[in-house]
Write a protein that binds this ligand. Structure first.
Ligand code: GLN
Length: 199
């Protein structure tokens, strides 16, 4: 599927959805700002942005959550920060419901108040990349079949910050706030190949 014919939804209930919209449009795909569950029917992939995951749960409500749960099992989805928390099977600090699309344990606000936000360097597919963290969660456990695509720090064994299983991708940082488009490009490639990947 060429990028120009893709329709990418960005969940626009709250949080920093607009930076994702701009990046995806710059990369040539069409963006649908998703505010109602039925809009999920018209998109090829979805971005769940950063924000406050507890607030997302409230705004989604029971029906919205159920519809989103079906969507993330069927179509490529990329969650950043709060979006990563929503996609997880297990959420700590405090415990809350996850969509269960990625078998990971995520600890919310894991870096403490002192380092609320920071820009650090990590490795994305073995290449250095800037990473913006804002009240970031930490991926504390990566389940079977979940690949680590990027780590924080310069060592490959460092903390996983971008993980993937099949067509589901989640980052604890905010690639939409860096000038570098590589991670969104990677997601668009997943959308292009979505129908053929396992999971
Ligand atoms: N701290 C937020 C949460 O727990 C996530 C922060 C973010 O998305 N930048 O949901």
């Amino acid at each position: 599927m060429p990028t120009t014919t893709m329709k990418i939804g960005v969940l626009a209930l709250q949080g920093d959805f607009d930076a994702h919209r701009r990046r995806i449009e710059e990369l040539g795909a069409e963006v649908v700002l998703v505010k109602k569950p039925e809009q999920l029917n018209e998109i090829d992939g979805l971005i769940i942005p950063g924000g406050e995951s507890g607030t997302f749960l409230k705004l989604l409500g029971k029906d919205g959550f159920a519809k989103l749960k079906d969507f993330v099992r069927a179509k490529p989805t990329f969650g950043t920060c709060a979006g990563c928390i929503l996609l997880a099977t297990d959420v700590e600090n405090p415990k809350q419901a996850g969509l269960g699309a990625l078998d990971i344990t995520v600890r919310r606000n894991a870096y403490g108040r002192q380092i609320d936000s920071s820009i650090r360097e990590g490795l994305f597919l073995n290449e250095p990349i800037e990473m913006v963290f804002i009240r970031a969660p930490k991926i504390e456990r990566v389940g079977e079949g979940v690949e680590v695509i990027a780590t924080e720090g310069k060592d490959k064994d460092e903390v996983p910050v971008l993980v993937r299983k099949g067509k589901t991708l989640a980052a604890t940082f905010h690639p939409e706030l860096s000038a570098d488009p590589r991670i969104h490009k990677y997601f668009l490639e997943l959308v292009a190949n979505g129908k053929h990947s396992p999971q």
